[in-house]
Design a protein around this ligand. Structure first.
Ligand code: S3P
Length: 170
């Protein structure tokens, strides 16, 4: 795992734009792109809400960690991880050990507004606004262990440019 720049992890709360920004960043760097949620869905052959419904959160968290272990050896890749992944099973230390970790940050109100429109987030869908805010607050100390924190509620090309500058000093 010599060159951490070969793996860039995007972390952050649900609806923080990890996948959209990740895809653009990968295109710009000519890296592959992986989204851990899509990876899990493909492997199990079910959507995230169905996986939660059928097997529960513990099963999903176990899968997330297994999949993470299987992809951290890839090179030249941008990986957007599910919002809860860094906060379970000591995954954050594996992210930091194997790559550059970027926390995409917005205000809670931005996530909340976006999540109102999304019906495929089983964790968010079952929580009241207060509980969701508590969850966000409890995750912040983990997210902020990232190598870099970037405000993500700006135009996507600007966010991508900033990430490239911070990691590659370009
Ligand atoms: C989760 C976030 C989701 C997905 C699952 C659980 C979470 O990913 O992994 O619904 O616990 O925050 P996104 O961050 O892409 O929404």
């Amino acid at each position: 795992m010599k060159e951490k720049k070969e793996r860039i992890f995007l972390i952050g709360f649900m609806a923080s734009g990890k996948s959209t920004i990740g895809k653009e960043l990968a295109k710009e760097l000519n890296y592959d792109f992986i989204d851990t949620d899509r990876f899990i869905e493909k492997e199990i052959g079910m959507t995230i809400p169905i996986i939660f419904e059928k097997f529960g959160e513990d099963f999903f968290r176990k899968k997330e960690s297994e999949i993470l272990i299987s992809i951290v050896t890839k090179k030249n890749v941008v990986i957007s991880v599910g919002g809860g992944l860094p906060c379970h099973n000591n995954n954050m230390s594996l992210l930091k050990k194997t790559g550059k970790v970027i926390f995409l940050k917005s205000g809670f109100e931005v996530y909340y507004e976006r999540l109102q429109q999304m019906k495929d987030r089983p964790i968010a869908n079952k929580l009241s606004p207060n509980e969701l805010k508590k969850l966000y607050t409890s995750r912040l100390p983990i997210y902020t262990q990232a190598d870099f924190t970037i405000l993500s509620n700006r135009l996507i090309p600007l966010v991508v440019k900033r990430i490239i500058h911070l990691i590659f000093k370009k």
